[in-house]
Design a protein around this ligand. Structure first.
Ligand code: MF3
Ligand code: CO
Ligand code: CO
Length: 265
């Protein structure tokens, strides 16, 4: 990933644009949530997301991004991220991450959620719970003047204590007019990658991917997108877009109908 050298510091006007974009993206997630159940295909979800976005006059950020073929990413079970929607119905016991990004008036909002399909194993449920909680640990680890590494340190230690591994090859990212920009946000404590100081006006995602088993991933050579765990273990992810303010982090992609901090799956 080639990122801009310096993270932009957004003024009040830009922050309003970011809030608006993130809010629409979160409303799209609210819209999709009711359809995520056994029997639905990820292509159905993709179509719903595309129609909702276009009918509100906005632009799906993923569609055509570096040649990506769909509106959303849907990552089932051992798929870590960037799964391409297909015609396979979701089945009882699956876990699926739905990752959506919208461009609203030139600004991006990005978030993802992992859903339990029907009755899932206690192992899968515990993984999803810890991944969700780890995102909030990361959010609470940051303050204006702190460093990006604080995020990865909090997520890593929390997840390792529960026995999970944390994906390293994919990170959170600065976001704004560009989909991906500085700062990179590793979910493990890499002092070098995480040395950026977080200032009010910076906007970025936190999007930890936790695995049962090893942290290593492999990219599907056929489609060029799908990322899986090397060992076939389950992987879960949650993502929010965060704006740093003078008073602390503002989570731009939460809504009242989505899972709140402390949610029990
Ligand atoms: N939404 C993903 C992220 O969180 C990126 C998806 S890029 C795509 O950064 F091309 F695969 F859609
Ligand atoms: Co995303
Ligand atoms: Co992202």
């Amino acid at each position: 990933m080639v990122l801009n050298k310096k993270p932009p510091i957004y003024n009040e006007r830009d922050r309003q644009s970011l809030r608006t974009a993130a809010k629409f993206n979160a409303q799209l997630m609210d819209h999709l949530r009711q359809y995520v159940e056994p029997g639905v295909t990820t292509n159905d979800l993709d179509r719903l997301a595309n129609e909702y976005t276009l009918s509100h006059g906005h632009t799906p950020a993923c569609l055509g991004y570096r040649g990506y073929p769909k509106t959303i990413c849907t990552s089932v079970n051992d798929v870590v991220c960037h799964g391409i929607p297909n015609d396979i119905p979701l089945q009882d016991g699956d876990i699926v991450n739905v990752d959506i990004t919208t461009i609203v008036d030139g600004w991006h909002g990005d978030q993802s959620e992992t859903f339990l399909i029907g009755e899932v194993s206690s192992e899968a449920k515990a993984l999803v719970q810890t991944t969700f909680d780890s995102l909030w640990k990361g959010i609470h680890a940051i303050k204006p003047g702190g460093r990006v590494v604080d995020i990865g340190r909090a997520i890593y230690h929390f997840a390792r204590a529960k026995g999970y591994e944390i994906v390293r090859e994919y990170q959170g990212h600065g976001i704004g007019r560009a989909f991906h920009q500085e700062p990179g946000v590793p979910h493990f404590p890499d002092a070098k990658l995480g040395r950026q100081i977080i200032k009010p006006g910076m906007c970025f995602t936190i999007e930890p991917m936790l695995n049962i088993g090893g942290y290593r991933t492999s990219l599907d050579r056929t489609d060029g997108w799908t990322v899986r765990t090397v060992d076939g273990g389950l992987s879960a992810q949650f993502e929010h877009t965060i704006l740093m303010t003078q008073d602390g982090p503002e989570v731009l992609t939460v809504t009242e109908s989505g899972p709140q901090e402390g949610h029990i799956f």
